[in-house]
Write a protein that binds this ligand. Sequence first.
Ligand code: ADP
Ligand code: MG
Length: 609
Amino acid sequence: MPDIIKLLPDSVANQIAAGEVIQRPASVVKELMENSVDAGSKYIRVIIKDAGSSLVHVIDDGTGMSETDCRLSFERHATSKIIKAEDLFAINTKGFRGEALASIAAVAMVEIKSCLHDSELGTIIKINGSKVEMQEPASCPPGTNIAVKNLFYNVPARRKFLKTPSTEMRHIINEFQKVVLAHPDIRFSLHHNDKELFNLPHSNERQRIIAVFGKNMNQNLINLHTETSLVKIRGFIGKPENARKTFGEQFFFINNRYMRHPYLHKAVMGAYENILPPDEIPSYFIFLHADPATIDVNIHPTKTEVKFENERMIWQILHASVRESLGKFNIVPSLDFDNEGVIDIPLPGKEPAGMPGIDINSDFNPFRDEDNYKDLKRDFERKRDSNLKGWDKLYAGLDKGDSESIIPDKEFDDKQRQTPAMGPEKIFQVRNKYIICPVKSGLLIIDQKRAHERILYEKFIEALKSDTVVAQRSLFPKTLELDQADLALLSEIEEEVKNCGIDIRYLGSNTISINSQPSASMNEDPVEMLEIILEEYKSTEKGPGDSNREKVAVCMSRAAAVPYGRPLEITEIRDLIDKLFKCANPNYTPSGKAIISIITLDELEKRLR
Ligand code: ADP
Ligand code: MG
């Protein structure tokens, strides 16, 4: 049999590559705009005819190209942006694969004019379906001007595949938005069939977002800002009340490149957990900056998918960052309802939450030096006092009988139906899981276990910092057997565990005894408690800035917290609420789960309309 393998002609190879890189007119818009950005342009104009099927025209004032470069730029794998393989790990440009122009020229009629800033004459080249039809010197302004006409004219199957003009235009606008949001310092305009759709002066990120999405966006943006050695996060997240049921305003940028990142999207969504109905999606515009050596943008031909070296860490940092911003801005307005000033709980969210819970500065160690600790302690106490003051006011409101209209719903079991008899506070426990408390703005809902976790956490942290043992309850020693792995783990955290009130003795041959447990523990079974601590310790990721003590405190608080399903006496409920609002951060558990939520009167009224 004769040899049958042949090398494909470039024109065919380019057409095949074009299938990946150029899927529709919007891909051309993206690639050309990105080239203009890479060329250092200050002003980039995009002109579209017939949703890009007859013309995509991009004019920039960037560096321009020499005659040779202009010709070479249409060769496959022709790029000025990387030279050697190592450069792939230090990419600061949008492009680097050198395929876009070759791909576009394979499936369209292209006319390019380009001129270097210090040249008198530029170059004009015409290429149809990879074939150079004309190349001449031409006088043209500095910069590059590329017109891509009749996309897919030579690939009828693909041309047919194009969707309606409005759909294709929507894709173009999407791509345009991604580039302009990533580069607010560049001026951009977009015209379609002689109509100006966008004209965006150079500005900052916030102004650019507003210029693109409209003035209403202004009130919707909550600042996001976290800097760690691994990643810097800046940007904005949308307020929960403006979340929508459809995707559209969710943007991640890594080093000024738009990226799709379903995994990190979950970090953001997770932070909104319990704040938003599960089918609603908040807007976000999140700009991440990381060392290019720690990311890989070369995993997909269109480079919209990016792989991070430390993805799980970044997930946590992002989640914590969004949580923190929401904590500052979210719960507060819903409690800040009252016109008569009867109830005003100044939750810590109003001030920057310095401590504790989720510390995202990876260099930050609250235990490292005395001064640091004193600052934190002062901060902590100030917040605690202001919470307490606010909480007293809340009671004042309740005593005035503001809750008269609250009728238990049909899900309340019999025990709870009697709760009005609980006293003047009218506090309910529902399903032995939630505590419901009428407040002036509606119904305050508290997750009992999470509330207790928060209280215990702060207590344990205090104990660990000051090296004082939390008051212990003596108990008849309980013994249990552990395997080697658990024994080793226990010896690692033994000191912290002891400080939090669990006294452990080693009895030899894998057996230990537990001689005390924290006074505040609501878990009566010390053996179960220790098992939970070990389990939690194994499965809990340490937060980026967390010390071992914080992790132990988190695990201990989970193990010792009042479990769901436990009926609480009214005095216990009051105590829980009191202690919760004395916490530095009553809004969230140390791991970032919402503790409290409010059903506003408005919502109640809407339900019964
Ligand atoms: P890549 O962007 O991956 O390098 P492209 O095919 O998009 O590949 O472009 C090839 C080369 O052409 C670029 O590396 C750049 O040197 C040059 N080029 C393309 N567009 C422009 C432009 N608007 N201004 C200046 N140079 C450009
Ligand atoms: Mg390019």
